[in-house]
Design a protein around this ligand. Structure first.
Ligand code: NAD
Length: 479
């Protein structure tokens, strides 16, 4: 762990990290003592005044240097993150590590973005309090202070880079707590940031459980903001604690992406797009269109296409180059996914693919699973799997498609497949969701990213993400 510029062992001991594919122990992670979490937050608070006054060019250079060092250590990081997450090699090589480097580069540039916003002068009437006249004004983006960055297990270092990059660029100091299942690469990350030359206390890394280290961090009086990505129930609990002390919040929470496929859609594109995200990192991705809403005219073709796609997905050893679906992160997560599949079927869904454990000697696998003929209120339609499971609901028309899409508590990422651009745009604007993809699952990383409803509060992404780590200050003067 990295506390106040020192690399330290866990005060509460250490615990085994298990490879989800082989079930072998691949390393030991430090378990932070609550006093170490508090020391990390205190170090971040002490470092904040000086760091917040550094020149933007200096912050940019340090973030770029960190990206360079991460690139130098890619050959070490890729197998490490692969082993602790169970990601396929393709996911580890293309997403887990390079995306994290890109985020550092993006926010190195972000440090140089203007923080002063000129405002038009306004004329004020004479009152009992003041003599009126023209008032000039600017708004200034100020850093918030100490940011607690708490992340989930699916993309440990990518999620972390997406938080500490903009937080540091904006002049905040940070305490990072990764998910307990796979924190090893994040601890390397801590070493890299120290080597890059960030002053002691500017970046701190503590590892351990949510109940101990996570709660201690959120409750710390030194913490001014909590930037959390994870499940909705934990996000809600964090919001309650943080709200008591008016800590600023950025919450990126659960999703249950709708993939609306209209009669006029290009079906091969729709099916290929949905399938690519279905299988991606074994469905452990919050933006996946796992709730397919198909118009009746194409319903049978959509089901048949998804069934064929499931049959083509090779499940197994994540190190094999042709593996598409690897394991889930843990036995607990596999059991959770299987229980929700059973509930979906008990509530009237029909199994069209998967639903069983693949025949493998080790690992926490769930075969790509397709549940069709679901009513909108089926638990499998309403609740998040975070696994390789897609459900399909039939609808008659546009209005019903929108109503079903909007019927869950989530609102993170939905998709519209239609050849009619005007219709796709019209539907997109009616969706109560933070993000909509039209005929694509590609993202634009400069676009604001975040959730409506129980999918979160605030926005990541590009300059919006940078601004999330700032407070707006107005400065007003006469003349
Ligand atoms: P989780 O909520 O169980 O854990 C996330 C993090 O919170 C972990 O570091 C955990 O230790 C910590 N934590 C747990 N209890 C805590 C507490 N009381 N106080 C402080 N910290 C606490 O989530 P997970 O199982 O790791 O990840 C899966 C979830 O993350 C899914 O719901 C998924 O949709 C969501 N997710 C959302 C996004 C997004 O951008 N919206 C991205 C990735 C994952």
């Amino acid at each position: 762990m990295l506390v106040g510029g020192e690399l330290v062992a866990g005060g509460a001991g250490s615990y085994d990290i298990v490879n989800p594919a082989t079930e072998a122990v691949v390393g030991q992670a430090p378990e932070a003592a609550v006093t170490q979490v508090e020391a990390a937050a205190a170090a971040a608070a002490e470092a904040f005044p000086a760091w917040s006054r550094t020149r933007p060019e200096e912050r940019a250079a340090l973030l770029d240097r960190a990206a360079d060092l991460l690139r130098e250590r890619m050959d070490e990081l890729i197998p490490l993150v692969q082993a602790e997450t169970g990601a396929t090699l393709r996911v580890a090589k293309t997403m887990q590590v390079p995306t994290c480097i890109e985020r550092f580069r993006r926010y190195a540039r972000g440090a140089l973005e203007p923080t002063t916003i000129p405002l038009p002068p306004s004329e004020m009437p004479t009152t009992a309090l003041a003599s009126g006249g023209i008032m000039g004004a600017i708004a200034v983006r100020q850093p918030v202070g100490v940011v607690a960055c708490i992340t989930p297990y699916n993309f440990p270092i990518v999620n972390m880079a997406g938080k500490i990059g903009p937080a540091l660029a904006m002049g905040n100091t940070v305490v990072v707590k990764p998910a307990p299942q796979d924190p090893l690469a994040v601890t390397v990350f801590g070493e890299v940031l120290r080597e890059a030359g960030f002053p002691p206390g500017v970046v701190n890394v503590v590892t351990g459980s949510g109940a101990e280290a996570g709660q201690a961090l959120v409750s710390s009086p030194h913490v001014d903001m909590v930037s959390f990505t994870g499940s909705t129930p934990v996000g809600r609990a964090i919001g309650e604690v943080a709200g008591r002390d008016m800590k600023r919040l950025l919450l990126e929470l659960g999703g249950k992406g709708a993939g609306i496929v209209f009669d006029d859609a290009d079906l091969p594109t729709a099916i290929a797009t949905i399938s690519s995200v279905w299988a991606f990192h074994s469905g452990q991705i919050c933006t996946a269109p796992t709730r397919v809403i198909a118009q009746r005219g194409v319903y049978d073709q959509v089901v048949a296409g998804l069934q064929q796609a499931a049959g083509r997905m090779k499940v197994g050893d994540p190190l094999a180059p042709d593996t598409v679906v690897g394991p889930l992160i843990s036995e607990v997560q596999r059991d959770r996914v299987e229980a929700l599949v059973r509930a979906g079927i008990e509530q009237g869904g029909e199994l069209a693919a998967g639903g069983t454990r693949p025949e493998l000697d080790h690992g926490f696998y769930v075969a790509p699973t397709l549940i069709v003929g679901c009513k909108p209120d089926n638990a499998a339609v309403q609740q998040e799997f975070f696994g390789p499971v897609v459900v399909v609901v039939a609808v008659d028309d546009e209005d019903e498609a929108v109503a079903v899409a909007n019927s869950t508590e989530f609102g993170l990422y939905d998709y519209v497949f239609s050849a009619d651009t005007a219709r796709a745009m019209r539907v997109a604007k009616q969706l109560r969701t933070g993000n909509v993809g039209i005929n694509t699952a590609q993202r634009n990383h400069e676009a604001p990213f975040g959730g409506f409803k129980m999918s979160g509060v605030g926005r990541d992404g590009g300059s919006f993400g940078l601004h999330a780590y700032s407070e707006l200050q107005s400065i007003v003067w006469p003349g």
